[in-house]
Design a protein around this ligand. Structure first.
Ligand SMILES: [Mn+2]
Length: 548
């Protein structure tokens, strides 16, 4: 591979970076060598200083503090970060997480009354609060100051909080906004730094919490670029260390000794278990897991999460089947809206599956309560929050992000809502072609250890930094056998170069494949009994005449 004149970065790497919108040499350096010292200052949030001063006043004045979180993995990790930090400095902060099924998202007046009767005078929200206008007014009346830390899209009317820490209120526009846990991590960085500056000692090293911040960051699917990338890179490293969060270790159990922990391990093994707790109305199980230091308890809570996750999976597949049935009768609407007497905690995850499968935004609504509640998931380039806002007058509540929204609505308005949101969508183009884009076409003679090490430097992969996908044309299938549940284990060649390859769920491939094929693949390095080899993980296969 030829080297570029300046920077010494290979052409392939340069191409991959440009495809990920990393265009300058400085950005490339930051991307390829993420360092803790490059985490942006938490004081870039305009009310950060005001917030940490208020928290320290509460600490020194022995006021009672409550952390008010959210029931998803981002919200739970954000809550855990703050409470763990307070415990480490001997401040007994209470925590509250609303019940997803009986209370729903955000602050609510009943909780505020309870918090007030517990004698609390300072609430710090994490991963929620920006749209809780009335409960915050109530808190003010009851003599409670509320510090909001949140990252959700802010509504037109601002809550009358004591202060707000939010990426929309930062010195510069946040190019890659953090998750709720990321904002909470910023808060404890700022708090620690302020406390140190005014003479507090014995403050904990925050590096021990970075795996929890990374978990929230991965679970919330924020872009893994800039500070988010640094948190995830060091968080994954921390998760593999001896002093990692016991909660994360317990959920990964056997994985841990294998050395490297990837965003996939966190995104597909850990995050769903924590989310399951919230979905099934038992977020406190996950919180207790994060806060416990007792190995027996940790094992017990981790088992409980496994059981909740299994239950969630079963419910999910039931709802998915029913939704698909309804969709088949709906016809070709731009925005899929489906509702039924479904479990409230699962509708968001089903909406995600539907959106992905049909390449259209999907809103799935549970009518199991008096007021229907639903979740929407979008596809690339469609701002679902904006579309929902256009129908806001029909909804009781709504909030979220361009890619994911939550809403509640009276059941009698569902048909009209479906019509109206599709009308709003008429003005936008939705790309339904489902065309697969790959990063580059590669000849087998380019695949070697140097090639692999280039891909390796781009880890961790995730949102805004997808794992590179390559295409190779006219390869020969030298050998193929079926393993497990319809997977193909193969040896594939091109111009005499042979590689082992694995194609998961190959039996679902739409075409009958002969000896020659075009393939889409990702690269993987296997390490086994002192051996190393490169393997192609096949993501798609077509006959040569129907090429990609
Ligand atoms: Mn969040």
């Amino acid at each position: 591979m030829k080297k570029l004149k300046n920077g010494g970065i290979s052409e392939l790497l340069a191409k991959l970076l440009i495809q990920r919108n990393i265009r300058t040499k400085v950005d490339a350096e930051l991307f390829l060598k993420p360092q803790l010292k490059n985490i942006e200052s938490p004081f870039r949030f305009v009310w950060m200083q005001k917030s940490v001063e208020r928290i320290v006043k509460a600490i020194t004045g022995k006021e009672k503090i409550a952390v008010y979180g959210d029931y998803d993995a981002d919200g739970i990790t954000a809550t855990a970060l703050l409470v763990k930090f307070f415990r480490a400095i001997d401040v007994q902060a209470d925590w509250y997480i609303p019940n997803r099924l009986s209370e729903g998202y955000g602050l609510n007046s009943n909780q505020i009354k309870k918090i007030s009767s517990d004698g609390i005078t300072l609430i710090i929200t994490v991963d929620n609060g920006i749209s809780s206008i009335e409960p915050i007014e109530l808190a003010n009346k009851l003599g409670i100051d509320v510090i909001i830390t949140d990252h959700h899209t802010k509504p037109d009317k601002m809550p009358s909080a004591y202060s707000i820490v939010h990426p929309d209120y930062a010195a510069d526009k946040e190019e890659f906004p953090p998750s709720g846990a990321g904002v909470a991590f910023n808060l404890i960085i700022a708090l620690r730094s302020y406390m140190r500056s005014i003479g507090f000692s014995n403050l904990p090293n925050l590096k021990q919490y970075i795996d929890i911040a990374a978990l929230g960051t991965i679970a919330d699917i924020v872009p893994l670029v800039g500070t988010n990338r640094i948190i995830v890179k060091y968080g994954l490293e921390q998760a593999a260390q001896k002093n990692s969060s016991k909660a994360i270790s317990a959920m990964l159990n056997s994985k841990k000794n294998r050395g490297e922990i990837s965003t996939k391990d966190i995104g597909f093994i850990v995050a769903p278990r924590i989310n399951a707790a919230g979905r099934m109305g038992a977020a406190e199980v996950a919180m207790k897991l994060f806060l416990s230091e007792n190995d027996n308890e940790i094992c017990q809570y981790s088992k409980e999460l496994n059981a909740l996750n299994t239950k969630r999976q079963k419910l999910q597949s039931e709802i998915l089947n029913e939704t698909e049935e309804k969709i088949s009768k709906l016809g070709n609407t731009k925005i899929i809206v489906a509702w039924g007497n479904w479990h409230k905690g699962i509708v968001g995850i089903v909406a995600g599956r539907i959106a992905e499968k049909y390449a259209r935004p999907a809103i799935v609504i549970s009518t199991s309560d008096k007021i229907a509640t639903g979740s929407g998931r979008s596809i690339r380039n469609v701002n679902l929050f904006e579309l929902i806002s256009k129908t806001g007058h029909m909804l009781k509540h709504f909030g979220g992000h361009p890619q994911a929204v939550g809403l509640s609505i009276e059941k009698s308005k569902l048909d009209k809502f479906t019509y109206k949101i599709n009308e709003a969508a008429d003005s936008i183009a939705i790309d339904q072609t489902g065309q697969i884009l790959y990063d580059d076409e590669i000849d087998f003679n380019q695949i070697n250890n140097e090639f692999y090490s280039i891909i390796d430097t781009m880890k961790p992969f995730g949102n805004a930094n997808p794992e590179p996908l390559f295409c190779s044309k006219n390869i020969v299938i030298e050998e193929r056998r079926i393993v497990g549940n319809g997977h193909w284990k193969m040896r594939v060649s091109q111009d005499g170069r042979i590689f082992p390859a694995i194609y998961f769920n190959a039996e679902n491939n739409k075409e009958e494949i002969g000896r020659h094929a075009d393939i889409l693949w990702k690269i993987k390095k296997n390490r086994w009994a002192g051996y190393e080899n490169l393997e192609l993980c096949i993501e798609g296969m077509r006959n040569v005449k129907n090429s990609y």
